[in-house]
Design a protein around this ligand. Structure first.
Ligand SMILES: [Mn+2]
Length: 298
């Protein structure tokens, strides 16, 4: 079992020569943050497990070699101290990446970390939306006495005034349901995605032109992603997730993304590999999207 203290390997390991920061479109920021576990534990080991599994990925994803866009992997972020201490370090790491016009790829860790990333992005981009893949709405005001629980992260993001689109949700409280209705927070629950033709999927026309994608791995079905703290049946299939991501990235500028809440299970590499491939798939969609190629000058 890896631990948060094991030195990080580069994303893709030895297969891809590491790029210096100014030559890498993607900056991998591993964030082993785990402070508000509500059910299963282990997200502290998520980033290392994704990096380890990434060494087994093919560099060719079937359509292109996303690694050719350059990948720079940062050391494990120090998540010690209070919520605010850790969030400030996440914000600083993301801001450093944004200052040289690169794309932050944040590996969690629990979902709370997204809030640090969003704070940095708001300084850089006046107008963007968050597309959240998740079983849960994460819209609670507080949870177990904390405003910084992973169950509250999207309420914190929403409170900043950032538009949200929730995809794959299927477990939320009456309070969260009411908030979504009253505030008209855009969402497509998992059961509606199940009935949808994914190829017809388009983002709401009034959704911002720039998006940050926050992918809680429990948005996927537990049959392909059991290694997460609060799994819920009825989640997205792999190809549903791929279709939605491609639709989003084909029509919007992606200014960053995260993959969070992987809680790796010892001797069960499948979930870690799935999370690593998810990260790489998003890089591929981005590198092949006309609007992103133009924006990032690829
Ligand atoms: Mn979540």
């Amino acid at each position: 079992m890896t631990s948060a203290h094991t030195p990080a390997v580069n994303f893709h390991g030895e297969d891809v020569p590491p790029s210096p920061p100014d030559r890498a479109l993607f900056h991998i920021i591993p964030v082993p943050y785990e402070k508000s576990v509500s059910y299963g534990a282990g997200t502290i080991n998520g980033p290392q497990a994704i990096l380890d599994a990434s060494c087994q990925l093919e560099t060719f994803d079937g359509k292109s070699v996303p690694a050719d866009l350059g990948i720079h992997t940062l050391p494990m972020l120090d998540c010690s101290g209070s919520h605010e201490d850790a969030l400030a370090r996440i914000e600083a790491a993301v801001a450093a990446c944004l200052s040289i016009e690169k794309i932050p790829v944040i590996l969690g860790g629990e979902h709370t970390i997204t809030y640090g990333a969003i704070r940095a992005l708001r300084h850089k981009h006046p107008d963007f939306g968050v597309v959240q893949f998740d079983a849960h709405a994460d819209l609670r005001e507080t949870y177990e006495g904390s405003r910084f629980s992973h169950a509250c992260v999207m309420k914190r993001v929403f409170d900043l005034g950032t538009p949200l689109l929730q995809l794959g949700t299927r477990s939320y409280s009456l309070e969260e349901h009411t908030l979504r209705q009253e505030q008209r927070i855009a969402h497509i629950d998992a059961q509606d995605i199940f009935r949808m033709d994914i190829s017809d999927f388009v983002l709401p026309a009034d959704f911002p032109e720039k998006v940050f994608i926050s992918f809680d791995v429990d948005g996927l079905d537990p049959s392909i992603m059991p290694a997460t703290g609060t799994p819920v049946p009825g989640g997205l299939s792999w190809y549903q997730a791929m279709g939605l991501l491609e639709g989003i990235i084909d029509s919007r500028i992606c200014i960053g993304f995260d993959v969070v809440e992987l809680a790796p299970v010892p001797f069960f590499p499948s979930s870690s590999f799935t999370a690593a491939q998810l990260v790489y798939a998003i890089m591929g969609f981005l590198g092949r999207s006309q609007i992103n190629m133009k924006h990032w000058e690829l």
